[in-house]
Write a protein that binds this ligand. Structure first.
Ligand SMILES: NC(=O)c1ccc[n+]([C@@H]2O[C@H](COP(=O)([O-])OP(=O)(O)OC[C@H]3O[C@@H](n4cnc5c(N)ncnc54)[C@H](O)[C@@H]3O)[C@@H](O)[C@H]2O)c1
Length: 256
């Protein structure tokens, strides 16, 4: 798919990987609607990215609001070609922790945002994308890119809820790609390693350096731009479909 002139929705677009992705897609000539819960950061992003961008405050788990959001997108833009799901949370808690047994609602919250939120967004996005009228020379109507994590494969102690949620995102990829193939919509997942986003930048520099040094090569944290660049490549390479790509410098996380 050629990115120029296409319309994308990026969740978690106000921060970290989503913000970098929105910036990259705008740079390639797309129109991008960023959705996020964080109103202040989202407005700031819209100002920075200019008229080809729009920020909408939205909770990806809200069934009614998300349905209305996609109705508005179709009405305002007349088409949709991509959904990049970056919204997510990553708290950690042990099953048997210092403060007691893992709370059930904490487990459900992670699954709700990371899995249900991803699915809620993509079901409506797929519906709008499926109505895009292919132009001469075009092969795919659109692409959905979800964000998992290496925790889907090497979950650490304290990541039981997070790993379960990201494992579900990985597992959704193939059945979605198989089903949506008939609509010429591709589905891919990226499983990032340790990324230099606000989530990790909050840690002391020493800890960040130690984390970076654990990566075989290059021995540093990944830059959000590297994630965004991969999203761009996935959009442009029509033969990428139904797969999860680790973006991790060959790191395999240890138990803790
Ligand atoms: N940073 C890392 O090292 C890393 C590694 C692997 C995977 N990931 C995944 O990448 C994704 C992006 O992470 P990031 O590092 O950019 O984090 P981030 O905290 O910088 O950005 C996530 C954004 O999602 C938004 N969000 C959270 N819940 C939401 C909801 N219900 N509705 C709408 N927006 C919501 C937040 O407001 C935030 O702006 C997440 O899914 C995360 O699990 C991150």
């Amino acid at each position: 798919m050629k990115i120029e002139g296409k319309v994308f929705v990026v969740t978690g677009g106000a921060s970290g990987l989503g913000a970098a992705t929105a910036t990259h897609l705008i740079g390639k000539g797309a129109k991008v609607i960023m959705v996020d819960m964080n109103h202040a950061l989202g407005e700031e992003m819209q100002k920075r990215l200019g008229e080809k961008s729009k920020f909408v405050q939205l909770d990806v788990t809200d069934e009614v609001a998300v349905e209305q959001f996609f109705k508005n997108v179709e009405q305002d833009y007349g088409q949709l070609n991509g959904l990049i799901n970056c919204a997510g949370i990553g708290p950690s808690a042990k099953v048997l922790g210092k403060n007691g047994i893992h709370a059930l609602d904490a487990f459900q919250k992670v699954l709700n945002i990371n899995v249900t939120g991803t699915f809620n967004m993509l079901r409506f996005a797929a519906d709008v994308i499926s109505r895009y009228e292919l132009k001469a020379g075009e092969e795919d109507r659109g692409v959905i890119v979800n964000t998992a994590s290496v925790a889907a494969f090497d979950g650490q102690i304290g990541q039981v809820a997070y790993a379960a949620s990201k494992g579900a995102v990985v597992a959704m990829t193939l059945p979605l790609a198989r089903e949506l193939a008939q609509h010429a919509i591709r589905v891919m997942t990226i499983a990032p390693g340790i990324m230099e986003t606000p989530m990790l930048k909050g840690l002391p520099e020493k800890v960040q350096d130690a984390l970076g040094a654990m990566v075989p090569f290059p021995p540093r944290l990944a830059r959000p731009e590297e994630f965004a660049h991969l999203v761009g490549h996935i959009c442009e390479n029509n033969y990428l479909n139904g797969e999860t790509i680790r973006l991790d410098g060959a790191i395999r996380m240890q138990p803790k």
